[in-house]
Every structure is written in C-alpha cells, then in structure tokens.
Design a protein around this ligand. Structure first.
Ligand SMILES: NC(=O)c1ccc[n+]([C@@H]2O[C@H](COP(=O)([O-])OP(=O)(O)OC[C@H]3O[C@@H](n4cnc5c(N)ncnc54)[C@H](OP(=O)(O)O)[C@@H]3O)[C@@H](O)[C@H]2O)c1
Length: 337
C-alpha cells in the first residue's frame, strides 16, 4: 500500500518571526509514478534562513517568493524507494529541493546530487558541513574573501552551520579565526570545539571592544551573515583593503519596519574595502570541488560540526522559528523518518 504524504504548506506571510499560524499541515495520497519519476522517502529536512525570505517581505534572493498553499521550499536528504528512472535505484540516498514533506516524487531535475557514501562522513553532513552550508562557507571565504595565511578572519553567526565551517576553513588556510556568536555557551563551543582562536558574544553589548581586544592586528576578512548594526560595529575594526563577503542579512529577515541604516559607510571608501554579496547558486561550477574538499576535512576530523535535530514534520515550523531566534547550535535539521 502506498504511504500517505504529510506536507507543510506555506499559509501566509508572517509578521515578524513566523508562528504556527503561517503554516498548514496536510495529508495527501501519493499518485502512481510516471515514466522517469522516482518516489523518495524523506529522511531529514534542512531548515535555513533563506526560507523566511521566500515567505514574503519583497526579497528577490533565492528565486520567487512562495504562494499560499505551496509546499514549503526546503532542501531534503531522502532515500529512493521506487524508481521509474534509469539513473536511480531504490536505496540511493539523494539531496535535493524536495520541500517540507515526508515523501517526494521527482524526475531528478530538483535533485542536487546522489550521495556516494564516504567513510567517516555521516549522512546528515550532506545537509550541513558537506552540503550547501559548507559549500557556501567555502565559496564565500575562499573565492570572495580570498584570505592569505597569517590574516585575521572575523565570522558572524559563528556557532551556526555556515559560520562554524568558515572559521575552520580559515584555520586550514593558516589564518586566525575570530567568531561572533549570541551567548557565552555558543562562544565556548566556537573556540573549544570548532577551534576558532577567539569568540565575541555580541549580546553582551560591547562588541567593538571585544573585537579590538582579540584582533590586535585588525581584521582582514569579515564574513558577514548579519548586516545592519553588527556590520557598522565591525567596519572600524577592518584593515585597509579588507574583504567582506556578504553572505546574508540575518538581522533583517524577521524585521518589521525600516532597515537599519549603516552609518560608517565613509570607511568603505576611506579604507578601500571590498563588500561583495554572493549567492551559492551562482557558483555551481565549484560545488563538486568544494564538496570533495569538505568531505576530506570532515573525514579527517579537521572540520567539526554540530547539529540541532527536531523530530517529526509536525515540529518543523517551531524548529524553524527557533533557528531564526538563535536556539540552534550548528545545523538545524528535522528528522522525518
Ligand atoms: N549567500 C548564500 O548563498 C547563502 C547560502 C546559505 C546560507 N546563507 C546565509 O548564511 C547565514 C547563516 O545561515 P545558516 O544556515 O548557517 O544559519 P545558522 O547560522 O545555523 O542559524 C542562524 C543563526 O543566526 C544567528 N542570528 C539570528 N538572528 C541574528 C541577528 N539578528 N544578529 C546576529 N545573529 C543572528 C543565530 O545565532 P546567534 O545565537 O549567534 O545569534 C542563529 O543560530 C544566513 O545569513 C543565511 O541567509 C547564504
């Protein structure tokens, strides 16, 4: 007998942080497979900040906004259970944009890759350190940030999935890594587990002083996932010709009303800084190279990561809001099966 598909639909644009009212859970029967299609049993759902932008607010990042009634967009790790497609056999593990649902039918076009299991790389790493988050860190740091050995790399959201990878990749390049995170506990994990040289707790309220006290020679690369006031605070700490890969604007995803106006813009000119926004989807040509490198780093223990795992699709929306509020450490996942 065919299983029933449980789906989380986008219901309405949230005001501020999303609540359960903004989602709807439905159960739907699964149709028979057409030629070329596969049935996938979804094992883990990745929860990412970009999904909040797809829920409204006028963002054009990452494709079109969702429309009410649509299955929530999301990357999933799943197992092929039935195949009418010669490229896939039952048992294959795949990662793709399959949405917030327990099952998916795919013709392969929305799949990112088939997982070739590698010793000492756990499966869920393919949604985090060896998946799009790790590759984002790799692209943003190596291509946009372009750090040289001996330079200092400052990383915001450093206890999160992308940020924790950025600092550790920086260390493999011979750089000094300094994190910024939102609690004393997160800062301890950033230094003691992820091996950053120092970490500043931005919620203490004296971020500029903390950065100055640990970045004695200034900052050469600021990996910016937050924007706004934090960027303003960091700008005076940057060295001449520093690079700022702009990976995201976490401070604005749930903000209602106007945007924070960055005041220290004269420093961009004065110090000849280079701020560059980037999107992972524009760097497809390096994905496999990056993933292979990240797999080696994870397998050899040089890239460590944490996961915060919620259980059950019915708890996905709560876990999503929790991640946006900073309740996660490392990659936020939902175990579906
Ligand atoms: N450019 C791209 O192609 C691309 C691809 C993937 C991800 N991203 C971006 O990368 C960033 C990190 O994503 P992720 O998936 O790794 O998420 P994550 O860092 O694992 O989780 C989000 C974290 O952001 C921090 N945060 C939330 N609001 C904040 C605020 N107002 N100020 C400072 N920190 C805040 C929280 O940690 P604290 O407790 O430390 O505040 C929270 O745990 C996001 O900006 C995301 O949009 C960009």
């Amino acid at each position: 007998m065919k299983p029933t598909n449980t789906q989380v639909l986008f219901r309405q644009e949230p005001h501020g942080f999303p609540t359960s009212e903004d989602f709807e859970i439905v159960k739907t029967p699964l149709p028979d497979l057409a030629a070329g299609q596969v049935l996938i049993s979804n094992l883990y759902l990745s929860l990412d900040p970009y999904m909040r932008m797809l829920m409204g607010g006028g963002w054009t990042y990452s494709g079109n906004p969702m429309t009410p009634g649509q299955v929530m967009v999301g990357r999933v790790l799943g197992k092929v259970v039935e195949s009418n497609n010669p490229d896939f056999t039952p048992g294959d593990r795949v990662v793709g944009r399959l949405g917030w649902q327990t099952h998916a039918i795919s013709d392969g076009s929305n799949l990112d890759f088939k997982i070739a299991t590698k010793k000492d790389v756990p499966l869920t790493a393919y949604l985090g350190a060896c998946g799009s988050n790790g590759v984002t860190a790799w692209v943003g740091l190596k291509i946009i940030g372009n750090p040289k050995a001996g330079e200092t790399v400052l990383v915001s959201a450093a206890a999160g999935s992308v940020g924790s990878a950025v600092g550790q990749i920086a260390k493999t390049l011979g750089c000094r890594a300094i994190g910024i995170a939102g609690s004393e506990e997160k800062c301890r994990i950033v230094t003691d587990e992820f091996g950053f040289d120092a970490c500043c707790d931005y919620k203490r309220g004296d971020l500029a002083e903390q950065i100055q006290s640990v970045a004695n020679d200034g900052v050469d690369v600021y990996f910016d996932s937050v924007g706004g006031e934090m960027l303003d605070t960091v700008l005076p700490c940057l060295n001449r010709a520093a690079r700022v890969p702009v990976c995201g604007v976490l401070c604005q995803y749930n903000a209602e009303g106007g945007c924070y106006g960055v005041k220290n813009t004269r420093l961009i000119f004065d110090k000849k800084l280079r701020l560059q926004g980037f999107l992972l989807s524009d760097y497809r040509e390096v994905w496999s190279e990056a993933r292979a490198e990240l797999e080696d780093l994870v397998a050899s223990g040089r890239l460590r990561y944490r996961e915060t795992i919620a259980t059950g699709i019915e708890n996905a929306s709560e876990a999503f809001t929790g991640m946006l509020r900073g309740h996660n450490i490392g990659k936020q996942l939902v175990q579906l099966m």
